[in-house]
Design a protein. Structure first.
Length: 219
């Protein structure tokens, strides 16, 4: 657990991250950082597996390639945070603020994102197989090429989102809002689309749950 504290101290000078000395000590000793201020912190490649970061402000932080496997990041602020290539499998991000987050090619398999706000986030190429995304707000998010196999997107909002080439095989889209979403080349084989709102969605070379291809909105 001391790896997080060591990483922080190595990556930033004294006081650069904006948190108090007591918080720094707690990080070094326990990896427990409840409600800390780590906004803009340089945490590229940091070892944060299993860290407790609930209510922590990580907005704008550089966390490219960081390991947040099984971390608790509930109710945290990660708006504008760069988590490109990060490992977040099994992480708990309930009700986290993730607007404009960058999760390009990040791994979030089996992660808990229910109620999270990911508006305008970049999740292109992200791996979200088996993730719980119930009631999440992904309006205008980029999920192009993302793997959402078996993910639960019940009542999630994806209005205007890009799902170009996304894999939604066996995903749960029960009453999911896909209004104006781009589903070009997306694969929804076996997905549950009960009550799904496809109003003005782009369906082109889209594989529907029954395995049939829908080209109704191709140019």
């Amino acid at each position: 657990m001391a790896l997080l504290g060591a990483a922080l101290l190595a990556l930033a000078p004294q006081g650069a991250l904006g948190f108090e000395a007591a918080e720094r000590t707690a990080l070094v000793e326990t990896l427990h950082c409840f409600g800390c201020n780590l906004a803009g912190a340089p945490l590229e490649g940091a070892a944060l597996a299993g860290a407790y970061l609930t209510y922590t402000d990580l907005s704008g932080a550089d966390m490219r390639g960081a390991d947040l496997t099984d971390a608790y990041v509930r109710f945290a602020n990660l708006e504008g945070t760069d988590l490109t290539d990060a490992r977040m499998d099994g992480a708990s991000l309930w009700d986290a603020r993730l607007s404009r987050i960058v999760l390009v090619n990040a791994s979030l398999e089996r992660s808990a994102l229910q109620g999270a706000t990911l508006r305008e986030g970049n999740l292109s190429g992200a791996r979200l197989a088996g993730a719980n995304i119930v009631n999440a707000n992904l309006r205008s998010a980029d999920l192009s090429g993302a793997d959402l196999t078996g993910a639960d997107l019940t009542r999630a909002t994806l209005r205007g989102a890009s799902l170009v080439g996304a894999v939604l095989v066996d995903a749960r889209l029960d009453h999911t809002g896909l209004r104006e979403a781009d589903l070009t080349d997306a694969d929804l084989s076996g997905a549950d689309i009960t009550g799904t709102n496809f109003t003005d969605a782009v369906l082109c070379r889209t594989i529907m749950p029954d395995g049939q291809r829908d080209d109704s909105a191709c140019p």
